[in-house]
Design a protein around this ligand. Structure first.
Ligand code: ADP
Ligand code: MG
Length: 692
């Protein structure tokens, strides 16, 4: 049957599509109760039930002769049960112990609480018995599962993830029923050449092959095919979003930029290969007549700021405006301190606009922005909240995008005429996540540190050793390092956190650090005070800075060689890695002291161990994903609806993206296929598409 849409044998034919979209109640044996049970597994349609893959299989390819049932042997036996103990009651027979006999001999079976003999089972029927022979005493199979033999014995029996009230037997029967009437045109969307390359069966065969495989190898191939099928609609959605972003037009900025050349020339270092490459990609994007949407990802200290500054110089150099948004005032101020002199040196102006900017200055900045005068405005959310109107905004750089909502980004972008957007993040995003949750963005990765960086030596001490931790901090400072002391994270309240930091600061300046200048930095201080403290710390006047996580994002003080994190168990792995990334930024030997409170949880201990194990943010990000699940990495905005599958098998996500690219390409070549594409995008096989 030809579905008349996607080329070749591709596509879910219309019959297949409507079959998979039906409610599970269309399956023989699934009633309202079954529907309810399945819905608690997130399964509403026939397609979703068929895409509910087995967790594992019971291997029934070998049947163990009773004679070789040595103690400890586990597996499948086949024979007749002779009733040793039968309790009759209400027409049912309950068997406590029994003898299993096959051609080779007999062995005892024992059930705790008894085994209920099926109503219509024959007395002397041959059955399958799955269980383990006790390791002690007379040979006995303990509490085995018993199954009637109906037709052929499948070599691998699927075991599914269940919910309370649902048995393996029932879900197997439902899936079997759904498979038995599967239409012939369920072929799937994976392009033929990609399927062939992976030796994948078509979707219909794969569905049979994953639930009732003949070998483990065919089960795996079938499962991969099905997972990719499930991922394709999501990838198509992502690609469509990308195309939509490209529908608006922007200022193409082509040609050399003298300011950029002299800036790079004047830097005291040369760019790493990764930085040059990223800057090249960004410039390539900015030369397009549609807006850039690029994520610049690089571990803490990999040097994203220079790259962003280069991009901003391209915009200014072409006579347009640029804006840089930071998540906190502290960071906006730091960016301003670093970037403004760079700009000035090549004849451009940068302005700082935050909640603490004086009224008169604010007015001046706003009118300059509105006039379209080619300068750079660095700020916080205030840039959006206060309705700054840009006359000619051609580039928006967003630092640490995790703190920004999509809506905010769009709002700022709306101020100009489709500006190019560059988003920077130090939180390494695993590739699978980058292709899904951030799949509509292009990605540049700084996978290389500036030369000479050494891993930060990391030590973990527990509450009893806090004194020792403090004296290590003190020694490092006496050796000439500057140090951060991070106060424990307090339940989302920055007031309490500020109090905690203030107390910690008093404790240290009255105690081990009484001989040096100790500063205090927290989110409740006003902008001017924050700036002064940071300035003093960066300039080396303050030796130790007690702070809350305001330093987490991006603070760059080159003299800092030691960081002590108090109450480290309260921080997430990514956050701890960020905090640790504040030290050793000039290439000096640096130390991170993690101090956990009393009785840290096992999870917290695993986080500490992960940090001790590596300085590589990418490895930690993968570990973080394992420990926390995807929800937190994605942020509250996108929680929930994206199943683990999308995030945990990067290999398949990459293939699914390739498939989606090819499908889009085919549809572009033949516009009549567009409707089929729509339908494919709407195929919600995992129940995930809401997330897009
Ligand atoms: P992050 O990527 O964490 O934002 P920064 O941009 O703050 O990192 O850079 C960290 C430090 O490394 C800064 O002091 C910066 O001047 C320096 N730096 C950046 N690129 C290089 C380079 N190619 N060689 C040497 N130092 C560099
Ligand atoms: Mg930074």
């Amino acid at each position: 049957m030809d579905d008349g849409c996607l080329p070749g044998s591709r596509g879910l034919g219309s019959e297949g599509r409507s079959y998979l979209a039906q409610s599970v109640t269309a399956i023989k044996g699934v009633g309202p109760k079954g529907e309810e049970l399945l819905s608690s597994l997130g399964i509403a349609t026939v397609g979703q039930l068929l895409f509910h893959l087995p967790m594992r299989y019971l291997d029934r390819s070998t049947i163990i002769p009773v004679a070789s049932a040595r103690p400890g042997v586990e597996g499948l036996f086949k024979g007749r049960l002779s009733s040793a103990t039968i309790h009759l009651g209400r027409g049912r027979r309950r068997m406590r112990g029994s003898l299993l006999t096959d051609d080779t001999g007999s062995i005892r079976c024992l059930w705790f609480g008894g085994f209920v003999w099926g109503k219509n089972w024959l007395d002397d029927e041959e059955v399958l018995v799955w269980g383990k022979v006790a390791t002690k005493g007379a040979p006995t199979i303990m509490h085995p599962q018993v199954e009637r033999i109906r037709g052929e014995i499948e070599p691998l029996l699927p075991v599914y993830h269940l919910t309370a009230g649902l048995s393996q037997g029932r879900i197997r029967a439902w899936i079997r029923a759904a498979l038995s009437v599967l239409p012939g045109d369920v072929r799937g969307a994976v392009p033929d050449d990609i399927a062939a390359k992976h030796r994948w069966p078509d979707l219909r065969k794969a569905l049979h092959g994953v639930h009732y495989p003949s070998t483990y190898g065919s089960a795996r191939l079938s499962a991969d095919r099905i997972r990719v099928e499930a991922l394709i609609p999501y990838q198509l959605l992502v690609l469509k979003r990308r195309e939509e972003l490209r529908e608006s037009s922007s200022q193409p900025m082509r040609g050399g930029v003298p300011a950029l050349r002299s800036f790079l020339h004047a830097l005291p270092f040369s760019l790493t290969a990764a930085q040059s490459h990223a800057l090249g990609e960004i410039r390539g994007d900015m030369a397009n007549p549609y807006p850039m949407h690029r994520l610049l990802q690089g571990d803490v200290g990999s040097g994203k700021t220079v790259v962003a500054a280069g991009a901003m110089m391209v915009s200014l150099g072409h006579g347009h405006q640029a804006a840089l948004m930071a998540p906190t005032e502290v960071l906006a101020e730091q960016h301003y301190r670093v970037i403004a002199p760079w700009m000035r040196a090549v004849g451009h102006e940068a302005r700082l606009l935050t909640g603490s900017t004086r009224k008169s200055e604010r007015k001046e900045i706003l009118s300059a922005a509105a006039s379209g005068e080619p300068n750079l405005v660095i700020g916080t959310q205030a840039l959006i909240q206060e309705g700054v109107a840009f006359g000619d905004l051609a580039l928006v750089v967003v630092d640490e995008q995790h703190r920004f909502g999509l809506a905010q980004r769009a709002q700022l972008a709306g101020k100009g005429l489709a500006p190019h957007v560059l988003i920077m993040t130090a939180t390494p995003i695993p590739r699978s996540l980058a292709l899904t949750a951030y799949g509509h963005l292009d990605l540049s990765v700084l996978d290389e540190m500036p030369p000479g960086r050494k891993p930060v030596h990391t030590i973990w001490l527990e509450a009893e050793d806090r004194k020792r931790a403090l004296s290590m901090l003190c020694r490092a400072i006496d050796e000439g390092h500057q140090g951060y002391v991070v106060a424990p994270l307090v339940s989302e309240s920055d007031q309490l956190e500020a109090t905690g930091a203030t107390e910690l600061c008093q404790e240290l300046s009255a105690g081990v650090l009484s001989h040096v200048d100790v500063g205090l930095l927290h989110g409740r201080m006003n902008g001017v005070d924050k700036e002064r403290i940071l300035y003093d710390f960066t300039a080396g006047k303050i030796k130790a800075l007690v702070c809350t996580t305001v330093i987490e994002v991006g603070v760059d003080a080159l003299g800092a060689g030691v960081v002590l994190i108090d109450g480290a168990e309260r921080f997430g792995l990514a956050q701890l890695h960020q905090l640790r990334g504040r030290v050793g930024r000039a290439g000096q030997e640096a130390l991170c002291i993690l101090v956990t409170g009393k009785n840290p949880t096992e999870d917290a201990e695993r986080r500490m161990e992960a940090l001790l194990g590596t300085n590589d943010g990418f490895i930690l990000a993968d570990r973080d994903l394992e420990l926390r699940g995807p929800g937190e990495l994605l942020g509250p905005r996108q929680h929930g609806r994206i199943p683990g599958l999308l995030l945990t098998d990067p290999r398949l996500v990459v293939v699914a993206r390739r498939c989606a690219d090819q499908i889009m390409e085919d549809c572009r070549d033949d516009p009549t296929r567009a409707t089929d594409l729509e339908a494919l995008v709407a195929t919600d096989l995992l129940g995930v598409l809401e997330a897009g």
